[in-house]
Design a protein around this ligand. Structure first.
Ligand code: CMC
Length: 426
């Protein structure tokens, strides 16, 4: 294969270097295109734009492959702990037993959150959406740790702090909404059990973490942990490219994740399934509405993906886990049947087949979260806890590579130069 592609514009030829990744992904390098030709490229939604070279996650949307640092998602979900995966993503290799003990131990020691952050939290309305408080409080952490932006190279300490404190902050929303006293972390518990304990234990009775619940949570967090250059991750890298500190960059990622077309879809899915159930459970009516999205404005949440055009490997694992977890917990959730009916109807429908629309990670995750006792408005928070190591890894990679500040161009379509008209003459 040639090392260059040739572009011909207005009779002139330009050579664009070809870049090939380790999994044979191919790209045209247009870094010099504007300098040489005066042309930029337009790619709304960045559907064809490679924003970076990255060694973290490989994803093949046609074949339904997702690997973190070369390890398949199926293997990691079945065999690893979430913190092993976090270490893998952030530092590039699975930790040795010694490295893991140090990493996990450091996270255990940093779970407590400054009481000042809690004072800020208490100023929010009681029923604030947990994603609103999460992104605000993560941003506020930079005020508590000013060395995060004072130019010292101590990002490892902030990485540990973020991983340790996010579950603590997340649990506050639930406790406050319930009107229950907030729990402090218990550092003798592992990562998932500690979160569950902060969420569900009460001072008035004994609470023991159900290992089935902790294990299901571990799997879900691993499935969320990274997904290469998606909307929230690109946001983290873009914000970080201005050399904004880690807390601010992650806070921006949390905000991006909240949108219903991204991580917010998991909340929308359960609300949609509930609405179908309340409406008599007729899935075909909703399939028809989705097929006429242009007039109804209705989309099947949890369906479709920008990158996966065959199946989402995370959805496959989650669907199987949903059956297992609900059976083990003895939960009979009628929306699981509605979800399966909807999936079957959609997968056999010409509209969905033609557009390659399959269930994505969010389609079944809410059903499991619900079985674990997580309230619907916290589903996207769970996604954020899972995605945190991926965001951190991508931020760290971008900074280590000294990537330039992100600054896309545009084609201007507004008015051309005109003279100012004073207000009395308009
Ligand atoms: N229901 C009905 N029609 C759909 C759906 C859907 N969920 N998704 C896409 N389409 C149609 C869309 O109307 C369009 O049809 P046409 O060609 O006739 O105009 C076609 O499929 C292509 O859609 P698109 O919006 O151009 O595709 P995209 O790659 O830009 O969007 C998506 C991807 C995920 C935003 C979109 O599929 C969607 O809105 N899905 C529902 C929200 C959702 O579940 N999001 C979670 C994504 S997975 C978690 C994550 O990583 O964020």
């Amino acid at each position: 294969m040639s090392d260059f592609a040739e572009l011909s514009v207005e009779g002139k030829k330009y050579q664009l270097p070809i870049v090939v990744g380790t999994e044979a992904e191919k790209a045209l390098d247009i870094n010099k295109l504007r300098d040489e030709s005066g042309y930029i490229t337009i790619d709304s939604g960045y559907k064809n734009t490679g924003a970076t070279k990255s060694a973290i996650t490989f994803l093949d949307g046609e074949k339904g492959i997702l690997n973190y640092r070369g390890y398949s998602i199926e293997d990691l979900a079945a065999k690893a702990t979430f913190l092993e995966v976090a270490y893998l993503l952030i530092y590039g290799e699975l930790p040795t037993a010694e490295q893991y003990a140090e990493f996990e131990g450091a996270i255990r020691r940093h779970t407590i959150v400054n009481e000042g952050v809690r004072t800020i939290f208490e100023g929010f309305p009681v029923n604030s959406h947990p994603m609103a408080t999460l992104s605000s409080l993560v941003s506020s952490l930079s005020a508590f740790y000013p060395d995060s932006y004072e130019g010292k190279d101590n990002s490892d300490r902030h990485i540990i702090r973020l991983l340790a404190k996010l579950p603590t902050i997340a649990s506050w929303s639930y406790k406050r909404a319930m009107g229950h006293p907030m729990n402090y972390p218990k550092n003798d518990l592992d990562y998932c059990s500690n979160f569950l304990n902060m969420m569900f234990s009460l001072p008035v009775e004994k609470y023991e973490v159900d290992p089935v619940v902790a294990s299901a949570l571990n799997t879900l967090l691993i499935l969320h942990a990274d997904h290469e250059q998606n909307c929230s991750t690109s946001t983290v890298r873009l914000v970080g490219s201005s050399q904004a500190n880690l807390y601010s960059s992650i806070s921006a990622g949390i905000s991006a994740l909240w949108g219903p077309l991204h991580g917010g879809a998991n909340q929308e899915v359960i609300e949609m399934l509930e609405a179908i159930k309340a409406d008599g459970g007729d899935v075909s009516k909703y399939i028809d509405m989705a097929k006429n999205a242009k007039t109804t404005g209705f989309r099947l949440f949890g369906f479709g993906h920008r990158v996966y055009k065959n199946f989402d490997p995370r959805a496959k694992i989650i669907k199987k886990a949903a059956d297992e977890v609900l059976a083990k917990l003895g939960v009979n959730d009628p929306v699981l049947e509605i979800a399966k009916g909807l999936e079957e109807a959609a997968l056999n429908d010409e509209y969905f087949i033609a557009r390659k629309l399959y269930p994505n990670v969010d389609f079944y995750s809410g059903i499991i979260y619900r079985a674990l006792g997580i309230p619907t408005n916290m589903f996207t928070v769970m996604f954020a806890i899972g995605r945190l190591p991926g965001w951190i890894a991508q931020w760290k990679e971008m900074r280590a590579a000294k990537e330039p500040i992100g600054r896309p161009r545009q084609i201007y379509t507004g008015a051309t130069l005109r003279e100012f008209v004073s207000i009395e003459n308009r």
